[in-house]
Design a protein around this ligand. Structure first.
Ligand code: SF4
Length: 182
């Protein structure tokens, strides 16, 4: 009973840090000033968000949207490349290598194998990557294909989070995410 009461409490989503109550409006130059504090040799961690899913799970609080439009995904991939260039230009020249790259979402594999490989190639051209850098990706086992797995392996990804949430078929039905073990 105590636990049930706890479950009804309004709490910040654990997946964001700092959590939403700590978000504050940014001034126009806050981003540039934060990047300016990166010192010579400081390692970089990059995060790339892919806000697309094949279908929405009913419990999801992630920033994502359903699309089947390849044209829309293509435009987003091009925007990612453009933003990476802007970021590269805004960083102090003497920054250190990338030690972590995380692809999250949404469903990063929604980009498809070729675009995923292209985006990572682009990032590696712009930024030096440390040997053994941690490259991680969130994957939806329901839509994952062998060509995406191959592209990620080829690009050097060495960590994957396979979203499962719950293996119980009844729970899966109630949360709008059906994924049999097979
Ligand atoms: S696949 Fe992941 S990101 Fe997309 S709606 Fe489901 S839980 Fe949210």
């Amino acid at each position: 009973m105590d636990l049930a009461a706890y479950a009804t409490a309004n709490l910040p989503r654990y997946t964001s840090y700092p959590t939403a109550p700590h978000f504050v409006p940014l001034a126009a130059d806050d981003h540039a000033r934060a990047l300016g504090r990166i010192g010579a040799g400081d390692a970089l961690s990059l995060y790339m968000h892919v806000p697309f899913c094949h279908a929405l799970c009913w419990y999801c609080g992630c920033h994502t949207t359903v699309t089947r439009s390849d044209e829309r995904i293509e435009r987003y991939a091009l925007a990612l490349l453009a933003e990476a260039k802007l970021l590269h230009a805004a960083l102090p020249a003497a920054h250190g290598p990338v030690t972590q790259l995380a692809l999250g979402g949404g469903t990063p594999s929604a980009l498809g194998a070729q675009r995923l490989a292209g985006v990572v190639r682009h990032l590696k051209r712009l930024f030096p990557f440390a040997p053994g850098a941690e490259l991680s990706v969130e994957l939806d086992p329901r839509t994952l294909t062998q060509d995406v797995v191959d592209a990620l392996a080829e690009a050097g990804f060495n960590r994957a989070s396979l979203g499962l949430q719950d293996a119980n078929p009844e729970v899966q039905e109630k949360m709008g995410r059906i994924q049999p073990v097979e």
